[in-house]
Design a protein around this ligand. Structure first.
Ligand code: SF4
Ligand code: SF4
Ligand code: SF4
Length: 126
């Protein structure tokens, strides 16, 4: 699942390239367009928010995240989530439960792919 760029609407401004925390959107210089390689996109939607011509949309089946939290009782404090968070939104010390700072979290869900203990809880918009 990922986000997609409508190649007819894209004006090649590259705003999404700068907005993506994961360096996913790729410019096709010859075509003056940008594409999103599906296998690299984590579906955070930051690019959709920044695109000035509304050329970026969730792919079919891509759900928007509402909130991400850490289940204290499952977290062993391995730090994997914190080390991989692009927004530096996860606080905690080794072997102690970690906490997500909701003011910093961009709801990308990437931490959920790093946790081996099912401690990351992702809530989606309906
Ligand atoms: S949805 Fe997020 S990860 Fe995917 S291209 Fe857009 S900004 Fe990057
Ligand atoms: S969803 Fe997880 S990885 Fe993404 S910004 Fe929030 S805490 Fe960081
Ligand atoms: S990856 Fe999972 S277990 Fe490790 S610190 Fe983060 S929430 Fe806790």
């Amino acid at each position: 699942m990922a986000y997609q760029i409508d190649k007819f609407d894209c004006v090649g401004c590259c705003a999404c390239i700068f907005a993506c925390p994961f360096d996913v959107p790729t410019e096709i210089k010859e075509e003056h367009k940008v594409v999103i390689p599906e296998d690299k996109c984590v579906g955070c939607g930051q690019c959709e928010d920044i695109c000035p011509v509304a050329a970026i949309h969730p792919a079919p089946g891509q759900r928007k995240i509402r909130k991400v939290t850490i289940l204290e009782e499952n977290c062993i404090g391995c730090t994997a989530c914190a080390r991989n968070c692009p927004a530096n939104a996860i606080n905690g010390t080794v072997k102690n439960p970690h906490v997500i700072d909701q003011r910093k979290c961009i709801q990308c869900g990437y931490c959920g792919t790093k946790c081996k203990k099912d401690a990351i809880v992702i809530e989606y918009l309906a």
